[in-house]
Ligand binder design. Structure first.
Ligand SMILES: Cc1cc2nc3c(=O)[nH]c(=O)nc-3n(C[C@H](O)[C@H](O)[C@H](O)COP(=O)(O)OP(=O)(O)OC[C@H]3O[C@@H](n4cnc5c(N)ncnc54)[C@H](O)[C@@H]3O)c2cc1C
Length: 322
C-alpha cells in the first residue's frame, strides 16, 4: 500500500486535459492503496502550472531545470523513478500520450516494476483492465510487484474535478542526468493555432476519400469555425496528404472529444480504436454501408464535396444570427 505518483503533462500555466483523466484514475488508485495522490510536474516551465495542479491534489512536486528544456525519455525516466522511491509510491501513473507511452516503460524498468499499459479500468488495487485486439476484447492483468507503473487511456476516464483545496507545492532537484549517449537533435513540429488533438473538445478528421492534401483545406475551414483540432485516418497520413501527427487510431492518437467529425473515413477497426470514445460522432461518407455508420450518432450519406461546404455555410449563418 502506498501513494500514487501522477506524472501530469501541462501547457503553459495549466494541466492538459489528458492529465485530468490521469488524475481521475490516480484518485481511484489512491483510495484502493490507502495513500494520497502526488502530482509530479517535470520539465522547463513546470512551475508555472503548479498553481493549477495544486487545485487537484494535496501535494505537487516540481522538477524544473534548463537541462529539461527538451523532453527526452532518458532524462525524465530516472527523475520519475527517484520521485517514486522518495515519495513512497506504490503506483506511478501517466496518461497514454506519446510522452507517457515513451517514458513509462523505462520508469518501470528502473523500478523493477510491473507495467499495465493503456488501461481502461481499475479493478481492486492491482488488477487493471486494458483493451486488446484494437479494442475488440478486454484483458485483465494482475500485477504483483511492490511498485506498479500504469499508463491510462484518456478516453476511458472522465477528467477529474478540482479537489476543493490548495495542495502544497515543493521542488525537487533534477539530479544527475545520464543520457546513455542520447542527445536532443531537433524537434519537427507543426505550428498551429488550433487546439492540441489530444485535448480538443471538437475534432474534424478526414480520410482517404478526401483524395489529396489540398482538399483538406475545406475541413480546416470547418475546424476553424468550430475551434476544432484536425485529425486524419492513417490512410490519409500515410499517403502524405496531411502531417503524421494528425493520425487518430490504434497506432496514432487516442481522442475522446465531445464532437468528432469523420469525413470520408470508412471506419476501419484500427481507426475506431482511437475515436470511438468520442461523445458525439458525425460521419460524412458517400457509402451508406461503411462501418463508420455503426458508431456514428449522426450520419450523412453524401459526397463530402457537397456536404462539407453546405455544413460550413449553415454554421456561418447560425453564427451570424447570434
Ligand atoms: C496494425 C495496423 C494499425 C493501424 N492503425 C491505424 C490507425 O491508427 N489509424 C487509422 O486510421 N488506421 C489505421 N490502420 C489502417 C486501417 O486498417 C485502415 O486502412 C484505414 O483506417 C483506412 O483509412 P480511411 O478510412 O481513410 O480509408 P478507406 O478505408 O479507403 O476509406 C475511404 C472512405 O472514403 C469514402 N469516400 C470516398 N470518396 C468520398 C467522397 N467523395 N465523399 C464522401 N466519402 C467518400 C469511402 O466510401 C470510404 O469509406 C492500421 C492498420 C493496421 C494493419
Amino acid at each position: 500500500m502506498g501513494n500514487v505518483l501522477a506524472i501530469c503533462e501541462y501547457s503553459g500555466a495549466a494541466l492538459r486535459s489528458s492529465a485530468l483523466s490521469n488524475l481521475s484514475f490516480a484518485r481511484a488508485a489512491a483510495t484502493a492503496h490507502g495513500g494520497e495522490v502526488i502530482i509530479a510536474l517535470i520539465g522547463a516551465g513546470a512551475n508555472a502550472a503548479s498553481g493549477h495542479a495544486a487545485k487537484y491534489a494535496g501535494k505537487v512536486i516540481v522538477v524544473e531545470d534548463g537541462a529539461l528544456e527538451h523532453y527526452l525519455a532518458e532524462s525524465y525516466a530516472p527523475i520519475i523513478a527517484r520521485l517514486a522511491k522518495d515519495n513512497g509510491a506504490s503506483i506511478v501513473t501517466a496518461t497514454a500520450t506519446s510522452l507517457g507511452k515513451d517514458v513509462m516503460p523505462r520508469v518501470a524498468a528502473l523500478l523493477d516494476a510491473g507495467m499495465a499499459s493503456d488501461i481502461s479500468k481499475l479493478e481492486g488495487s492491482n488488477k487493471f483492465v486494458r483493451p486488446i485486439l484494437a479494442g475488440n476484447a478486454y484483458s485483465t492483468v494482475e500485477i504483483s510487484t511492490p511498485i506498479i507503473c500504469v499508463t491510462v487511456r484518456q478516453s476511458e476516464f472522465e477528467p477529474a474535478g478540482e479537489a476543493g483545496g490548495a495542495g502544497t507545492v515543493s521542488t525537487a532537484p533534477v539530479g544527475e542526468i545520464n543520457l546513455f549517449g542520447a542527445s536532443f537533435v531537433r524537434a519537427e513540429t507543426q505550428k498551429s493555432d488550433r487546439p492540441d488533438l489530444g485535448d480538443a473538445k471538437v475534432v474534424v478528421a478526414g480520410g482517404r476519400g478526401m483524395k489529396n492534401g489540398e482538399n483538406f483545406k475545406v475541413l480546416e475551414q470547418l475546424a476553424d469555425l468550430l475551434g476544432a483540432a484536425m485529425g486524419a485516418s492513417r490512410a490519409a497520413t500515410d499517403a502524405g496528404m496531411v502531417p503524421a501527427d494528425w493520425q487518430v487510431g490504434q497506432t496514432g492518437k487516442i481522442v475522446a472529444p465531445n464532437l468528432y467529425f469523420a469525413v470520408a473515413i470508412s471506419g476501419a477497426i484500427q481507426h475506431l480504436a482511437g475515436m470511438k470514445g468520442s461523445k458525439t460522432i458525425v460521419a460524412i461518407n458517400k457509402n451508406k454501408d461503411e462501418p463508420i455508420f455503426q458508431v456514428a450518432d449522426y450520419g450523412v450519406v453524401m459526397e463530402w464535396e457537397k456536404a462539407v461546404p453546405e455544413l460550413i455555410s449553415e454554421i456561418k449563418k447560425v453564427k451570424a444570427s447570434r
